[in-house]
Design a protein around this ligand. Structure first.
Ligand SMILES: [Mg+2]
Length: 229
């Protein structure tokens, strides 16, 4: 029997990766003389290197774009170009929240019967304002904004909310963040893939397909829960 159902936010409840992808296209156009592939590869390597210092989210992404521009131009990048990168970041932070199909109905329906948690990585202010703007805040009993999604982080959340892993289900788009650690702590995981996945989130330890469920879209979730619950 499930008692608590938790949702990831970015690319599970609303579009997010597409905003990063669009910004990255504008960024590589800005540095096009270095070749798109070189720009993309340098930015990715810089982001991964910086994750441990800046964490996930738009602010870290902005800093990594600036660092990439400095590196590729051998320090010749101009002030107005750095301003442009900062403006890309501001646009990202102001981007409207676009819910994915079925999200509102499903979250509303499940909230009537279950305790719902929202567990997300990213910048604190950005995630808080996105949740507020999404119109979904009232359906969640608690929101957890974490710096990473590891087995330790999930175990602590479950302990704090006094939830047994066997009574817990997590739904998300990332195998690395939402599925593998949940399977490892013995809870139920439901993978709902997004249109595209950031390279870093594709990198994860192997997990047996029989230990989690994959759904094409969130609209199929209530039926699955009825069957399992
Ligand atoms: Mg996600």
């Amino acid at each position: 029997m499930f008692e608590v159902i938790a949702f990831d936010a970015d690319d599970t409840l609303w579009h997010n990766e597409s905003i990063f992808t669009m910004t990255q296209i504008k960024f590589s156009e800005m540095l096009s003389s270095h070749g798109q592939e070189v720009v993309d590869q340098t930015l990715f390597a810089t982001q991964i290197k910086n994750l441990q210092h800046f964490g996930y989210g738009i602010k870290g992404f902005i800093l990594s774009m600036i660092e990439t521009a400095i590196e590729l131009t051998d320090g010749e990048v101009r002030g107005h170009e750095i301003q442009q990168i900062l403006d890309f970041g501001r646009e990202m932070l102001a981007a409207p929240i676009e819910l994915l199909p079925h999200v509102r109905e499903v979250v509303e329906e499940l909230s009537q019967k279950y305790s719902l948690l929202l567990i997300t990585k990213g910048d604190l202010i950005d995630q808080e304002t996105k949740i507020a703007r999404s119109g979904l805040a009232e359906f969640f009993d608690a929101v957890e904004i974490v710096s990473d999604k590891t087995t330790e982080v999930y175990s602590k959340i479950l302990k704090r909310h006094k939830i047994k892993p066997s009574h817990f289900m997590m739904i998300g788009n990332s195998m690395r963040s939402d599925i593998v650690p949940i399977v490892q702590i013995g809870a139920q995981a439901v993978h709902v893939p997004y249109l595209s996945t950031w390279e870093h989130e594709q990198d994860h330890p192997p997990v047996d397909a029989e230990h989690y469920t994959e759904l094409k879209h969130l609209g199929l979730l209530p039926q699955l829960i009825k069957k399992k619950g």
